[in-house]
Write a protein that binds this ligand. Sequence first.
Ligand code: PLP
Length: 394
Amino acid sequence: MFETLTQAPSDKILALMGEYAADQRSTKIDLGVGVYKDEKGVTPVMTSVRKAEERILSNEKTKTYLGIAGNKGFGAAVLDLIFEDGLDRSRVRIAQTPGGTGSLWVLMQLITRARPGASFYVSDPTWANHVPMAKQAGFDLKTYPYFDTETRGVKFDEMLATLNGLKAGDVVLLHGCCHNPTGANLTPAQWDQVADSLARTGALPFIDLAYLGFGDGIEADAYGTRKVIASVPEAVLAFSGSKNFGLYKERVGAAILVARNAAEADIANSQMLNVVRGAYSQPPDHGAEVIRTILTDAALRAEWETELTEMRNRMIYLREKLSAAIRERSNSTDFDFVSSHRGMFSLLGLTNEAVEKLKQENGVYMTGDSRINVAGLPEAKMGELADAILAVSR
Ligand code: PLP
C-alpha cells in the first residue's frame, strides 16, 4: 500500500524549529515560530486561563459528549466577543472547531459543497498553510495583490482593482487583522472600500481572524470583520483562540457562517455539521470551556483583557525598539515600517540569501521569506540584531 506514496513536502517552520534547537550558540535568536513569547522567551499560561482551568477542574460533573457544534456557551461568547450586538444572530451559525486551522478546513469543505472548484483568492503573500489547504479542498487558487515590497505597506489600489473584478461565487480570503506574514494591515477607510466592493460584486468574504486583540485592541482589530459582515448578505469567518488566549496546544477555534436568512443558515449549518461529523465527529472541549469561562465572568474577562493588552503592548514596544536601533545605526528610516506594522509578524523584505547569512553567521532564525516574530525580538540584544540586519541588507 504505502509503496505508492511519495514524500510529502516538509513543513518549513517545523524544520526551522529543529535547526534552531540543534544550534549550540548561546547567542542564537529565534524569530521563527509563530507563538507569543515573554521577556524570558517563555510562552506563558495566562493567569486568567489558569484560574478558569482551576474552576473547570473543580466544577466539572461529566465528560459526556457535547454534540457536533461543540460547546454552545463558547459559541455564544465568541460571537459576542467578535460582533457585540452588531449582528442579527438569526442569520449566524457557529461550530466550535479544533483550532483556527480546523475552522478553516471545515469552512473550506462547506464552500466546496456549495461551489465545487470555486475561484479562491488569497493575498500575495498569505499564511503558508492557506495555500495547500485551499488546493486540497479543490479550489481554483488565485491571488490578489497585497504586499508592496518597496513601501512594506499594502498595495491597496491594486488589491481593490482585483477585488472589483470578482464575481458572485468567487471566494476572497481576508486576514481580519494582524496580517500573517507581512504585518501590513488595512486602515478602517480601506476596510470600508473592501466591504463596498464585496457588497457590489457578490464575492464571498472568507475572513481568517486568528489574532483578535494582538494588533491595536479588540475593537480596532474587529473593525474590518464587523464592517465586511455588516455589508454583505453571506460570509464565513474562521476564529482562532490559540494566540489571544495563549491556548495553542488545546486546539480551540470556531467556524462561523452568516447566511442571507435563518432558513438558509439552517441548511448551510446542517452541511457544516455534516462535514464535522464525517471528519472528527465532535471537537475537544477543554480550550473552549476555558474561553467560555473567561468571557462570561466579568472579573476573569477583565483580567484576560489586561493580559492581552500587556502582550500587545510588548510587541508594539519591541517593534519600536528595533526600528529605533536600526535608525540610529543607519541614519535611515528604511526599517521604520516595523514600528507601523501590527500583529505578531513583520516581513523584513530581505533576500533568501540574507536570511540564510543571518542564520549561519549570527544565529538569527527567521522564515525564508524574512518574516520575523516580533515577540521573539531580544530587548537586551537589539543593537546587535540591528547591526546584523543592516550588514546583510546592504
Ligand atoms: N490563520 C492564520 C493567519 C494563522 O497565522 C494561524 C496560526 O498560525 C491560524 C490561522 C491557525 O491557528 P491555530 O490552528 O493554531 O488556531
